[in-house]
Design a binder for this molecule. Structure first.
Ligand SMILES: Nc1ncnc2c1ncn2[C@@H]1O[C@H](COP(=O)(O)OP(=O)(O)OP(=O)(O)O)[C@@H](O)[C@H]1O
Length: 250
């Protein structure tokens, strides 16, 4: 009896927050995802990697239901494949898309109140993770730098209760200092909420990812610990077409 309880507790502990099984996406005649399967553990950062155009963004969209999908998607063991996007978001899947999509004509405060209701910038998590946004609460979001806009996009999603975050290339186009700041914010968020992260910047992957999933031509070609991949220049070259420069690895 004791053994059964222990086994069941272990099984629960080991249950992934997200399970993707044999996921397919077709856009017209183009078969973009061709049977993608992977798990996202219930803790930490899982980085979804791959060369340009292999289907990383499409995978995030298919998990949410924003891309036409077939196959299995389970959130904490529940099959969500028939759920609407709205329901999936309400059930705790937060999405930060690649293009940031802040409302440029609205202030930082107004952008956050769109999802944060009465709280907005005054929410404790904003003060804790984004003090700069609190200072800039009255500034129009369209006049913020790319990095600051990324912080608004992240803060907006974090005002909800999330069980899983899908974050698409949050450091793209940012200056090195801001890349580090965004990575640090994500690392702190991941202490409480698992993240599936599309990221091209390998030093960021090394800094914050625990696990990696590599796509190529619409299929998973590698899964494993992040450190194993990023510390192996031959493997990164083979799978991603790039390798970590020596100075970036230090
Ligand atoms: N709405 C769409 N209609 C048709 N084709 C699409 C659509 N969205 C994406 N694709 C195609 O699907 C493929 C995968 O695109 P996706 O954006 O998922 O790749 P990615 O790995 O995220 O690329 P990148 O690293 O360049 O952002 C590409 O060939 C792209 O042109």
């Amino acid at each position: 009896m004791t053994t059964t309880t222990t086994t069941s507790a272990r099984r629960q502990e080991a249950q992934p927050i997200l399970r993707v099984e044999d996921l397919h996406v077709r856009y017209g005649g183009s078969h973009v995802l061709q049977g993608v399967s992977f798990d996202v553990p219930a803790t930490g950062v899982t980085a979804l990697l791959g060369r340009n155009g292999v289907g990383k963004t499409t995978t995030l969209k298919a998990v949410l239901g924003l891309a036409p999908r077939s196959g299995g998607v389970a959130l904490a063991g529940r099959d969500v494949t028939r759920w609407s996007v709205t329901r999936t978001v309400r059930e705790g899947v937060g999405y930060v898309p690649e293009d940031r999509e802040v409302f440029g004509g609205l202030t930082v405060e107004e952008n956050l109140r769109l999802v944060g209701g009465d709280v907005g910038v005054d929410a404790p998590i904003v003060g804790e993770l984004f003090p700069d946004l609190v200072r800039r609460r009255a500034q129009k979001a369209g006049t913020l730098s790319g990095g600051q806009q990324q912080m608004v996009a992240l803060a907006r999603v974090l005002l909800r209760d999330n069980r899983l975050l899908l974050v698409d290339e949050p450091t793209k186009g940012l200056a090195p200092k801001l890349v580090t700041e965004v990575a640090d914010v994500l690392a702190r968020v991941a202490q409480t909420t698992p993240i599936l992260l599309v990221e091209q910047n390998l030093p960021v992957v090394r800094r914050i990812a625990d696990t990696v999933v590599v796509l190529d031509a619409g299929q998973v070609v590698h899964r494993g610990p992040a450190e194993e991949l990023v510390s192996d220049p031959d493997l990164t070259r083979e799978l991603l077409g790039v390798s970590m420069r020596r100075e970036a690895r230090q």
